[in-house]
Design a protein around this ligand. Structure first.
Ligand code: MG
Length: 455
């Protein structure tokens, strides 16, 4: 298809810069393909707060209506909230218009299955084939779909969280926590403060307007959380929480104003869940071993999947995990649904604090910590990145390896994970050990090996 330029297309959807690649035509084609494959039926559409979201939404709705699908329009809504509406039996699928943590000029379509999980690679592939072949089931003039607004999605999401057996809202309310929220002018501007109000918290809200004008890089990593850290200290708050624009990633700041790092979010929640309901855990291959420590203390097993939310979700269903997720702040709690959900993460962290009576810095201080470095090597344009990883695997044959996703070499106290990008000539190198110098040395050692192979 000649008009698919400057776009990142994958089985999970399409992503690009609006005005330079991502056009209404592209969004409509994907919606036509998606509706032809999933329909006829009713498709849920939610979007984050980006300035381009409304325009893309109309293109998506037109595409869905043209193939006879009805649309449930949630308006500005988080990814987990949209997933929860999608999984209702009366809905045939869902589309989320969000570029997640990408800068504000980006937008994307994330495609969901009827069960509210992301599409599997096979299902996504069928939709891509329809896009490439212009293979759409256009409906006759009198069979067009209709659009209905739906306003109850956020209150339903919050009610589901409060109904979780482990959440004791009365107990949390009694603590009168003071929380600083930074929703970065994203979709979290509604669901997060409303949840905290239900939990009796006093909320100081930074960047509250869901208008898509992100005042900082929206990825919730420590380097971007300076304003939140300062506000936590200044307000004498118990906790700071940062969410990304579509509210599926959560990062915590301690009452001392210290960003605890996004890897800590899932580790913290996992430790709490396993003390209450011990069971097996699924995380992706690059997630911190803080999760393994929590599982070890509880006497349960950690399974590791390929990187990518759907890979974690499918494995979690297979082994019936009690908690799962991705180390980048993506808490997935199967008791509500198997999707990354920052509001669920916030409620579980508050429950942990309320039940233990400990400050978040104390909970953080109770466990061993590691230094993780995420680096990458850019290869020449025509390089065979997967071939390089294979050669590294041969060099390390006989060592303790995990080959679920590229090459992961496991040592007593550390690991290094080498993975080829699917879309670019890049090799990602991620390492973790108890100390900065040791992690840096591991990364350098493997980058040198890659350079030797590629000459
Ligand atoms: Mg996101």
């Amino acid at each position: 298809m000649s008009d698919l330029k400057n776009l990142m297309i994958s089985v999970s959807g399409v992503r690009g810069i609006v005005g330079d690649g991502l056009t209404p035509e592209v969004a409509m084609k994907f919606a036509q393909a998606y509706g032809s494959e999933m329909g006829p039926g009713t498709i849920v559409v939610g979007r984050d707060s980006r300035a381009t979201g409304e325009m893309i939404k109309y293109a998506v709705c037109a595409g869905l209506m043209s193939v006879g699908c009805n649309v449930v329009d949630l308006g500005i809504c988080s990814t987990p909230t949209t997933e929860l509406v999608t999984e209702k039996p009366e809905h045939a699928g869902g589309i989320i218009i969000t570029a997640s943590h990408n800068p504000r000029e980006w937008n994307a379509l994330k495609l969901l299955a009827a069960n509210g999980l992301f599409l599997t690679a096979e299902a996504g592939d069928k939709i891509l084939r329809r896009v490439n072949n212009n293979d759409f089931n256009f409906a006759a003039w009198d069979k067009m779909g209709k659009v209905n607004q739906y306003d109850a999605a956020v209150p339903e999401h919050i009610a589901k969280i409060l109904d979780l057996p482990l959440i004791d809202a009365q107990l949390i309310r009694g603590k009168k926590f003071k929380i600083v929220v930074d929703s970065c002018n994203g979709a979290g501007g509604t669901v997060v403060p409303q949840l905290l109000a239900e939990l009796g918290c006093e909320v100081v809200h930074l960047n509250p307007e869901p208008n898509g004008f992100f005042p900082r890089n929206p990825e919730p990593i420590p380097a971007n959380l300076g304003e939140l850290s300062a506000a936590v200290k200044q307000n004498g708050a118990d906790l700071g929480v940062a969410v990304d624009p579509d509210v599926d990633r959560l990062a915590l700041v301690s009452e001392k104003g210290e960003p605890l790092g996004e890897e800590y979010t899932l580790a913290c929640v996992t430790r709490y869940i396993l003390t209450k309901t011990p069971g097996d855990v699924v995380v992706n291959a690059s997630t911190s071993r803080m999760v393994d420590d929590a599982a070890g203390d509880a006497g349960v097993k950690v399974y590791r999947s390929k990187v990518g939310e759907i890979n974690v979700a499918v494995m979690a269903q297979e082994i019936d995990a009690v908690i799962c997720g991705e180390g980048n702040g993506g808490v997935m709690y199967p008791a509500i649904h198997i999707g990354r959900d920052a509001p669920v993460g916030i409620a579980l962290v508050l429950q942990y604090m309320a039940e233990s009576g400990a400050a978040i810095s104390e909970l953080y201080g109770q466990i061993p910590h590691y230094v993780m470095i995420k680096d990458k090597i850019e290869l020449p344009f025509d390089a065979d990145a997967k071939g390089v990883v294979k050669q590294l695997e041969t060099m390390h044959a006989g060592e303790n390896l995990d080959l679920i996703d590229g090459l992961k070499v496991l040592y007593d106290n550390s690991w290094v994970h080498i993975r080829a990008s699917n879309t670019e000539p890049i090799i990602r190198v991620i390492a973790e050990s108890p100390a900065q110098a040791e992690t840096e040395a591991l990364v350098e050692q493997f980058k040198t090996k890659v350079r030797e192979i590629t000459g």
